[in-house]
Design a protein around this ligand. Structure first.
Ligand code: ADP
Length: 480
């Protein structure tokens, strides 16, 4: 193993403060080599039920601590994650495929949520409301939601957990996390470090397993679980929302996107190319905020295409553990098949490839690709690609750019490059998205609210708003 601390490689689920084994296991694969990294406990609905009970038992004492006491444990967790950054990044590259430098970035980004919410929990103020009745005094207090479940994806195996766990635990909730079956190892390593940080037993439980339907079924059905926080596809998000309806759970949903990246004729083209590469190609295009459609104004279209194509021709595709590699593989066969299908459909409908356009042999590596001549009728315009393909769409004026940008049921992230200040305001306000990058291709961090509108989701993560998702406002009316 390549870890300096091999005890960070865990193969068992983490329930009630114990490493929990079962005779059923599933294999975790390295997408760069197709080799099995290890086998991990495959939890069923019974084990999931145990984790819910453990979280329920842990709730009274955890929620009774002061925010400062919980913050001290969370801050130790943050420190331990940063002390073990390189090992966590290595585990991430092994099971997820992103380059080691991106993985290191994600560990720091993921840890930043823990540090932020360790502090933010101390500022969960209530308020005193001026009363309408002279014989009453009115106030509010904030209390933890209770037992919370999180179902997380594989594209950010650490950050998608900490972005939920940090505010939940800081607010006084206890938690069950079901990580993606593709990337359970990072989740388990996080739990090991949480235990070393002194997190009491049962406060954070990690249920690993292949049968996401069964595990998700227990978590959504249980009346003990008061909230579900989900990051993943819109299709599964809708299903889980329906399942949560029966027990009227609170939900936070971070779902799919179809991000437009608009390059206006007054943009700095070199900056726009750099921003497009950052937003489109990191994690091999597998993020929900990756630009999915690059809309370029007609008089700069050819120049932008040439610059982007030239930059991508320098990209080195390969195993993320090797130095000098800019981009790793896609996560699995289904991901490659989807990209292949979208690119073929676009080409048969008239799009042209200026670089890339192919899977490498029979591997999970897909070349960084630029397609020109893409239009709004093509599948690739209307579907989340989740791969390293930049479809370029030509537009004539600002009104058409906005119309094209908003022509989707999704509303997560949007980006545009321009210099005219009036245009920057107009376009920022007209885009129907939860987040807008203006002359910036990378926008997420722990201090800003991350989240979408329309079918991209409900709620916000990170920032001072992120912790509100895990607390209830209680109104107290005192007769005097
Ligand atoms: P992605 O396309 O990013 O894999 P998914 O929505 O399929 O997105 O998966 C996100 C998370 O949801 C993963 O942890 C996965 O195991 C889980 N998941 C998938 N289907 C279900 C389901 N029916 N019920 C509960 N969880 C599910």
């Amino acid at each position: 193993m390549l870890l300096s601390d091999p005890s960070l490689l865990k193969q068992q689920a983490f329930i009630d403060g114990q490493w929990f084994d079962s005779e059923h296991k599933f294999a975790v694969l390295n997408p760069a080599t197709a080799q099995v990294i290890t086998q991990v406990t495959d939890c069923d609905s019974k084990i999931t039920e145990k984790s819910v009970q453990a979280a329920q038992r842990a709730l009274p004492s955890w929620s009774a601590l002061t925010a400062k006491q919980r913050g001290a444990i969370l801050n130790r967790w943050f420190e331990l994650i940063m002390d073990n950054q390189q090992d966590l990044a290595t585990l991430m590259t092994l099971e997820q495929g992103k380059t080691l430098s991106e993985a290191n970035g994600e560990v720091a980004y993921g840890a930043s949520f823990i540090q932020w919410f360790a502090e933010e929990a101390k500022r969960q103020y209530g308020e005193v409301i001026p009363s309408a009745n002279p014989n009453q005094r009115l106030l509010t207090i904030r209390q933890p939601v209770g037992v919370v479940a999180a179902i997380t994806p594989w594209n950010f195996p650490i950050a998608m957990i900490t972005r939920k766990a940090a505010p939940a635990l800081a607010a006084g909730c206890t938690m069950i996390v079901k990580p993606s079956e593709e990337t359970p190892l990072c989740a388990l390593a996080l739990a090991e470090l949480a235990q070393r940080a002194g997190l009491p037993q049962g406060v954070l439980n990690i249920v690993t397993g292949l049968d996401s339907k069964a595990i998700g079924g227990v978590l959504t059905k249980s009346p003990i679980v008061r909230k579900l926080s989900f990051t993943g596809s819109t299709q599964v998000g809708k299903l889980l929302l329906r399942q949560c309806a029966d027990t009227v759970k609170r939900t936070s949903m971070e779902l799919g996107g179809n991000a437009p990246f608009i390059v206006f004729d007054d943009a700095d083209l070199d900056e726009a190319v750099a921003g497009a590469i950052a937003s489109k190609f990191r994690n091999s295009g597998q993020t929900c905020v990756c630009s999915n459609r690059i809309l370029v104004q007609e008089d700069v279209y050819d120049q932008f295409t040439d610059k982007l194509t030239a930059a991508l021709k320098q990209f080195k595709l390969g195993n993320g553990l090797e130095t000098g590699v800019n981009m790793g593989p896609l996560i699995n066969r289904a991901a490659v098949d989807k990209v292949n299908a979208l690119v073929s459909q676009a080409i048969s409908a008239g799009a042209k490839v200026t670089t890339g356009g192919q899977q490498q042999g029979d591997t999970l590596f897909y070349q960084p690709t630029v397609l020109t001549g893409v239009n709004a009728q093509m599948d690739i315009f209307n579907n989340e690609i989740f791969g390293p393909v930049a479809p370029l769409v030509k537009f004539t004026d600002e009104a058409q750019a906005i119309e094209l940008a908003n022509a989707t049921p999704f509303g997560l992230a949007a980006y545009f490059y321009a210099s005219d200040m009036s245009r920057i305001w107009r376009v920022s306000e007209a885009l129907e998205y939860g987040m807008v990058g203006i002359n910036e291709g990378l926008i997420s961090n722990e201090v800003a609210p991350f989240g979408g509108i329309k079918e991209s989701g409900i709620g916000r993560e990170g920032s001072r708003y992120g912790i509100e998702e895990y607390s209830e406002i209680k109104y107290l009316c005192m007769g005097i």
